[in-house]
Design a protein around this ligand. Sequence first.
Ligand code: SAM
Length: 240
Amino acid sequence: LQRIAIQPSQLDDDRVLLTPSQVHYLTRVLRLQSGDRFQAIDGSGNLYLVEIENDRGRKIELITTSDPELPVQTRLICALPKGNGFDDVVRACTELGVSEIYPAISDRTLLQPSPNKCMRWRKIAEEAAEQSERTLLPNIHQPQAFLEILGGFEGDRYICGARGEYPHLWDCLERSVEVGKEITIAIGPEGGWTERELDRAIQAGFEPVSLGKRILRAITAPIAVMSLVAAHCEADKTKD
Ligand code: SAM
């Protein structure tokens, strides 16, 4: 069944109030007709089976599936890479289960994001969440200066440093991956973090970690981070 993302405000008793673009997508692009069914995720953990009734959706049931979400709330702070590289970061990290992404403007960030970039990333996240059958939509924040983002996080915090004798993130996740916990992981830009950024992050409780012996591109590193977190969570689940 085709799956679309809706806002919780679109739910009204037994109806799903579809937007004109959703009606267009379902009836013109997918050519669904009255009586055909699709699934709707409301971005806060609920998945509904919905039947098309004229230009509206009728809720049939709340489907309980095996929960595809990671048991730990995983936030990424990603220094923005140049060009459109962040699109791939948002897409792949959403598929891998990220909860929140903070696009960061660091000392060595070259990109000056245009105001509509965030809208584009949210759309990409929505499509990736539908595609990977997630029930939660990650929150994609507006770009902010890295040093301003650093404060105010709860839970375990890590900053990826490409050079230096740091413990591997995989080993640190041993203590961080626990149901209900929160993890925040920061990844730098093409030119890496400045000393000042690394120091300020450490002061804010971020522990420097390695992702291995090779230097990963700024686009590859967040995807590697999310793969490690997801593997840690799901390997644990298999053991249970
Ligand atoms: N020339 C930069 C430097 O020396 O830091 C390389 C930056 S790397 C292309 C972009 C970012 O990815 C880094 O700032 C870091 O956060 C992360 N990264 C890449 N490879 C890494 C590794 N092996 N271990 C930890 N972090 C890594």
